[in-house]
Design a protein around this ligand. Structure first.
Ligand code: NOJ
Length: 547
């Protein structure tokens, strides 16, 4: 690729302090995790909503894809106000997803195929139908029942203004006033998300003890670890001060200065969680950490806290060489001081799918080319990779009509924010028309568009040039080739709009071309490219691996 110096890289990007423990031997240190959004993955019973037996049906596919572990978005009992992120019983599986026997079967069958199973855990809040919250509403202010949540008296005359000015991430205020058992207007409770998701009071020991019971409950059933929802949010600032007026947060926006998140008290919670996890030495936790500052991010993955933390920089990066390099350098730096394992993800159930993100200002086809290039970039990097279901098929976001929208954000924002449904459309498996083998029912929980026949797994499996085949091959090479060894990344000089890095130990080279024309490649044999080379050159919007 017209590299300035294709033999001597220009900088070393990782290091690590010598006295931290070696995390590189753990199974999760270079695993490919596959996120299943269960409602949208595979529906076995024809109710239009995906379920766990549906996941079991697709284990052969996942084995073929080559993933090491599953992360299953929440399947615990839930009234589904936020599609499972509102848990009413953390130690049971919702009947909608097949009940607890279905999880046991999934664990057994996944393990038989050497695939680990990790679950989403939602410790920041419960459902408003959780027995604890029901009890809290029935109890008096100041009672033990209320102390499990964050109840406060209101401000202003008669306490009819919320205790502080915090908005909910989903729109509207973060406080809802309750009616006391005697029928009078009463206290307010905090909910950073929807009103159906009251925040727990993590200063109350009972809250941690219950989580510890939940952790052991699932680990004893064979679960291999947890993705921890809002891992940067459980501790609230002392006194719950107002947010500064000048802090311009929007819905679903994360900001390092936001007092609702990333309070120092959160780290002792993670230490207590880790102490339980250490009873199960092979199990892993990965925290959802929307924190940009590298020093503060690193605190979450210190040796006695989370095993892994989601770093979202790559999912936020534009498709430019500078932006991608900046995301990679910062993601590496964010774990370097604690010798943590970096993580990489291009999308999940909360953000626009990468095909559509990269298509902005251009076509969906270009967006898909870029997504194919970026998956080679992330799979070339050291650390753990998280793929979101459907990204291996090149699924785009879908613009849904108002009447189809289900995300609570749509209602809570007063219909000003369309929410996240567009990235949660069911996965197309086969056939030429909706529901593409996802369900027996044409009435899928979110409608599937026409014209997706070419996107189905069936259509792509035998096609060597498909996005699915690219993923399969890339994952297999990553797992089997010695060139992927080592944790250090070295940068090469590259022409404007391009980047190239090398795994220092294994010496795999990854080159990315974000320009609109072909470029030369560094020397070496091409192992894989996201698009056919043009006269030996890497085309626009493409990446290649060289050895
Ligand atoms: C983060 C999850 O990823 C998101 O989907 C959910 O709505 C919130 N946490 C609240 O649990």
């Amino acid at each position: 690729m017209g590299v300035v110096n294709d033999q001597s890289p220009d900088a070393s990007a990782t290091g690590g302090s010598p006295d931290s423990p070696d995390t590189t031997a753990a199974w999760w240190s270079d695993a490919v995790f596959y996120q299943i959004y269960p409602r949208s993955f595979s529906d076995s019973d024809g109710d239009g909503v995906g379920d766990l037996p549906g996941v079991v049906d697709k284990l052969g596919y996942l084995e073929l894809l080559g993933v090491d572990a599953l992360w299953i978005s929440p399947v615990m009992r839930s009234p589904m106000a936020d599609h499972g992120y509102d848990v009413s019983d953390p130690r049971d599986i919702d009947p909608l997803f097949g009940g607890i026997a279905a999880l046991d079967a999934l664990i057994e069958e996944a393990h038989a195929r050497d695939i680990k199973v990790t679950m989403d855990l939602v410790p920041n809040h419960t459902s408003d139908r959780h027995p604890w919250f029901v009890e809290a509403l029935a109890a008096a202010p100041g009672s033990r029942e209320r102390e499990r949540y964050i109840f406060r008296d209101g401000r202003g005359e008669n306490g009819d203004e919320p205790p502080n000015n915090w908005p909910s991430i989903f729109g509207g205020p973060a406080w809802t006033r309750v009616t006391e058992p005697d029928g009078t207007p009463g206290q307010w409770y905090l909910h950073i998300f929807a009103a159906e998701q009251p925040d727990l009071n993590w200063e109350n020991d009972e809250v941690f003890e219950d989580l510890a019971t939940t952790l052991r409950f699932w680990l004893d059933r064979g679960v291999d670890g947890f993705r921890i929802d809002v891992a940067h949010g459980m501790a609230k600032p002392p006194g719950l001060p107002d947010m500064p007026e000048e802090l311009q947060t929007g819905l679903l926006i994360n900001d390092d200065d936001d007092p609702r998140f990333n309070n120092p008290g959160v780290h002792s919670i993670h230490r207590r969680i880790r102490a339980v996890m250490d009873e199960y030495p092979d199990a892993v936790t990965v925290g959802e950490i929307w924190v940009r500052d590298n020093t503060r991010f690193a605190e979450y993955v210190r040796p006695d806290e989370l095993h892994l933390g989601f770093n979202f920089r790559l999912a936020e990066a534009e498709f430019t060489a500078d932006s991608v390099r900046d995301a990679i350098e910062n993601s590496l730096e964010a774990v370097d001081s604690v010798r943590g394992v970096p993580t990489w993800t291009l999308s999940n159930h909360d953000v626009e799918r990468e095909v559509s993100r990269y298509a902005e200002g251009t076509t969906e086809a270009v967006g898909r080319d870029r997504a194919r290039a970026m998956v080679l970039v992330e799979l070339a990097l050291p650390g753990a990779v998280f793929l979101y279901n459907g990204s291996e098929l090149g699924m785009p976001n879908v613009d849904l009509p108002d009447s189809a929208l289900q995300d609570p954000v749509w209602e809570r924002s007063g219909h000003t924010n369309r929410g996240r449904d567009g990235c949660r459309i069911p996965v197309p498996w086969s056939g030429d028309t909706p529901p593409y083998g996802f369900s027996e029912s044409p009435d899928t929980w979110l409608p599937m568009p026409e014209g997706w026949g070419g996107l189905t797994a069936e259509a792509q499996l035998e096609d060597v040039d498909s996005t699915l085949s690219l993923h399969r091959l890339a994952i297999e090479l990553r797992r089997t080739r010695p060139e992927f060894a080592g944790e250090e990344v070295e940068w090469y000089g590259a022409p404007p709009g391009c980047l190239a890095f090398r795994r220092a130990e294994g010496r795999l080279v990854c080159a990315l071309n974000t320009t609109d024309g072909p470029v030369g490649l560094p020397g070496g044999e091409v192992l894989l490219s996201s698009a056919p080379l043009v006269d030996g050159r890497l085309p626009a919007n493409a990446a290649a691996w060289l050895v």
